[in-house]
Design a protein around this ligand. Structure first.
Ligand SMILES: Cc1cc2nc3c(=O)[nH]c(=O)nc-3n(C[C@H](O)[C@H](O)[C@H](O)COP(=O)(O)OP(=O)(O)OC[C@H]3O[C@@H](n4cnc5c(N)ncnc54)[C@H](O)[C@@H]3O)c2cc1C
Length: 506
């Protein structure tokens, strides 16, 4: 068996985590003569595929080289959301006087305790992804590196698994930025940052996408001096600029130093600091930090699988090539999750895993293009989005009507002191067909579900206007946007008819 990956620090919580997702005493089973499905990678995509297929009666092998649970549980969604929660407490205490609460001077963040809380909760959540649980579900769990060895065989830890169908769900890893001197100076990624037990006084975050932004804000609120480097004119530049601008202003209020549109030239170590040399147009500057966190994109785990040998096409940057049905260029082999998707989220890994079960095992013809994919960046406030942006509609030549409700007009948001943000909904011009929406709000991710449901269920914005929302809630902003749509249906002609009818009824 491969050496056990390090999960640091050594403490009871990480021991509990490892005992669930990489038990030290794990014995790989004797392989079955042939599997309906061999799944490589036990992140969300692999776990959901394996559990779902086994539940339907398939003989399934699940192969994992590191930790079951993959990125999401171990070094992604779960630990990041735990520390984000702690960081929100800091912001609430900081702003407490706006709510009439005086917090005694000297509020302190106990950074080691924040990280310990994260490890404790992560260990608790890891029970869902445990090797023993999956064994109990009837899945043969193999710990070790999987590699295709023939058209219907995979090798793992000296054993050969024969399959009818296989699924590659090997996910991604952080891209290491190619900045001179960075590797020598040393840097953190999402794979190592959650092992911190001491706070870095000065932290540089490279990358102003969702991962970089979530972590930059969390660590700033937890007491690091954070400098965020992003090579565009504003952070989160895939989102609409009006949405990203709200988050950017919140970052500035938090005291994050933003370095936008500059070139990171090189890094050097000097007097115990890491010096980042930047070039901003004509101007050159240097910024001294103690630690650097790279959140600069994801690279697919395509190496070492012998994909060439089994005719599976891939690209080193984009991942495995799949058709609409998530089938690779080898019809026996499918892919799911981050390894093959443009939208790399836990919920898309889950959704595509379910699709693969049907398509690979039951002659299903489910199409990935039929998926409606929402997402959320868990900054404060959050930005959540589903469907088209206005620019997407423009590119496709679709005319839209847009309805926006600012949160500073919504009673609950005012009462909550959470007025920054909006609900923006695009419909196809002249109809109530919802094409897309962006929500900026403290809990935008929770609010977006209603609009996603409307799109999936083909319910128009007019229907959302008929939904009674409990008062007062921030989600009323959605209804108010829908009411605004309804008002556009009151054309002067119809209003004229109403006026005459009512005059006649007086
Ligand atoms: C910091 C951070 C925060 C995130 N937050 C969110 C969030 O809030 N919401 C959200 O939806 N998404 C979030 N994501 C993204 C989410 O983690 C991924 O989309 C999700 O984990 C993808 O699941 P997956 O199964 O495709 O891949 P992974 O989780 O990467 O799992 C792939 C598994 O395959 C294994 N593997 C690779 N090669 C082999 C091999 N040859 N043999 C055996 N095993 C192999 C790997 O060890 C790994 O365990 C976040 C990501 C990061 C980094």
């Amino acid at each position: 068996m491969q050496s056990i990956p390090m999960v640091l620090p050594h403490d009871v919580h990480n021991e509990a985590l490892v005992s669930n997702v990489r038990p030290t005493d794990w014995q790989n089973p004797e392989p079955a003569p042939r599997y309906n499905l061999v799944v490589i990678g036990a992140g969300t995509a692999g776990l959901v595929t394996a559990a779902g297929a086994a539940g339907l009666g398939a003989k399934v092998a699940l192969v994992e080289r590191r930790l079951l649970g993959g990125d999401c549980l171990n070094v992604g969604c779960v630990p990041s959301k735990c520390i984000i929660r702690s960081s929100r407490v800091v912001a609430d205490l900081r702003d407490a006087n706006q709510f009439g609460i005086q917090v005694p001077q000297g509020m302190e963040v106990d950074f080691p305790a924040v990280m310990e809380r994260m490890r404790r909760l992560r260990a608790r959540i890891s029970a869902h992804d445990s090797a023993r649980r999956f064994k109990g579900l009837g899945v043969d769990v193999f710990l070790g590196e999987g590699k295709f060895s023939g058209p219907d065989t995979l090798e793992v830890a000296g054993k050969t698994l024969r399959f009818k169908k296989a699924v590659v769900a090997t996910g991604t890893r952080p891209v290491h930025p190619t900045i001179d001197g960075l590797a020598e100076a040393g840097f953190l990624t999402n794979e190592t940052v959650f092992s911190l037990t001491e706070r870095s006084r000065r932290l540089a975050v490279i990358g102003g996408g969702p991962i970089g932004c979530e972590l930059a804000q969390a660590f700033r609120r937890l007491g690091c001096e954070v400098t965020l480097f992003h090579n565009a004119s504003h952070i989160l530049n895939r989102e609409d600029s009006d949405a990203a601008e709200i988050v950017q202003q919140s970052f500035l209020r938090d005291g994050i130093r933003l370095i936008l549109n500059c070139k990171t030239k090189r890094v050097e170590k000097r007097n115990g600091s890491k010096i980042i040399h930047i070039e901003c147009g004509e101007r050159e500057d240097e910024i001294a930090v103690d630690e650097i966190l790279a959140g600069a994109g994801r690279a697919p785990n395509v190496e070492g699988l012998n994909l060439e040998g089994v005719g599976v096409k891939y690209d080193k940057r984009e991942g495995i090539e799949v058709n609409e049905h998530l089938q690779t260029t080898n019809p026996r082999i499918y892919a799911a999750g981050d390894i093959c998707l443009k939208y790399k989220f836990t919920h898309t890994a889950d959704a595509t895993a379910r699709m693969v079960i049907q398509n690979a095992l039951f002659l299903g013809r489910k199409k990935q293009s039929a998926l409606t994919i929402p997402w959320c960046t868990y900054t404060d406030p959050e930005i959540a989005h589903v469907g088209m942006y206005e620019r997407d509609a423009q590119e496709k030549g679709i005319a839209v009507n847009t309805f926006i409700r600012p949160l500073n007009d919504v009673d609950r948001a005012i009462a909550d002191g959470e007025e920054e943000g909006f609900v923006k909904i695009h419909v196809k011009k002249g109809t109530d067909k919802i094409l897309g929406a962006t929500i900026v709000a403290r809990h935008a991710g929770e609010m977006l579900g209603e609009i996603t449901l409307a799109i999936v269920g083909n319910l128009g914005l007019g229907t959302l206007a008929n939904v009674i929302h409990t008062y007062p809630t921030q989600a009323e902003a959605i209804k108010q946007a829908a009411d605004a749509y309804n008002r556009t249906r009151l054309t002067p002609f119809i209003k004229g008819l109403f006026t005459r009818w009512l005059a006649w009824r007086r």
